[in-house]
Ligand binder design. Structure first.
Ligand code: PEP
Length: 247
């Protein structure tokens, strides 16, 4: 049985005070939930969030660089994230791929480094609208999953969370049909089974992401292959995020 995991991606939102306020509300309201709850906050709030000593809500970052340390102006290392209490790091988000031109090779280096340092990657994969219309959805997610996991050992694999996020559904209000998402996620699991073993593939948690909100989370979580959600916009509001966690 895989523990469901619901993570909020706050993107470039919230100053420190706002982050603390939302996290406090969340921590109070999701106590006792069987869901693993994660907030991926901007770097600037992580230290203060860590100082809150949250017990139920776990901390994640939205990106990191693959080197241990050095002359990489503007970058953040895995060790720095661990130092401020992070357990998770989102890697390969479609906004990083599209706006910051991150490719599969770079994302894979980050996945390897995160695992080496003891962080759990949330590896994002997903097709654009153009790719979906061209019937390439499965090819895209198979390729991104395979390249993203290259060199990840079988012992490390269960620490990886995959987030299937169709790019056209992110921040658009347009959700992928839950049954469709389930099918694509099933394909991702099949890919992992071929790369490793069917038993190991059953241990990997795969989330759906893309305009998840309180009104559609139940149907998403009812799907057999979907183990949770990566939530952008709706995670900014504590009430909405709590409703999602309590689907
Ligand atoms: C995301 O940023 O990963 C995301 C899924 O955003 P939204 O929920 O706003 O579509």
């Amino acid at each position: 049985m895989r523990t469901p995991i619901i993570a909020g991606n706050w993107k470039m939102h919230k100053n420190v005070g706002e982050a603390l306020e939302t996290a406090r509300q969340l921590e109070e309201s999701v106590q006792g939930s069987p869901v693993e709850v994660v907030i991926c906050a901007p770097f600037t709030s992580l230290s203060a969030l860590n100082a809150l000593g949250l017990s139920k809500v776990r901390l994640g970052a939205q990106n990191m660089y693959f080197a241990d340390q050095g002359a990489f102006t503007g970058e953040i290392s895995a060790a720095m994230l661990l130092d401020v209490g992070c357990e998770y790091v989102i890697l390969g988000h479609s906004e990083r791929r599209a706006i910051f031109k991150e490719d599969d090779e770079l994302i894979n280096k980050k996945v390897i480094q995160a695992l080496k340092m003891g962080l759990k990657p949330i590896l994002c994969v997903g097709e654009t609208l153009e790719e979906r219309r061209a019937g390439q959805t499965e090819d895209v997610v198979i390729s991104q999953t395979t390249k993203g996991l290259a060199g990840v050992g079988a012992d490390e694999l269960p620490k990886v969370v995959i987030a299937y996020e169709p790019v056209w559904a992110i921040g658009t209000g347009e959700t992928c049909d839950a049954a469709d998402a389930n099918q694509v996620i099933g394909k991702i699991r099949e890919t992992i089974a071929e790369l490793y073993t069917p038993e190991l593939a059953q241990k990997v948690r795969i989330q759906y992401g893309g305009s998840v909100k309180p009104s559609n989370i139940t149907e998403i979580m009812e799907q057999s292959e979907i183990d949770g959600a990566l939530v952008g916009g709706a995670s900014l509001n504590a009430e909405d995020f709590v409703a999602i966690v309590k689907y």
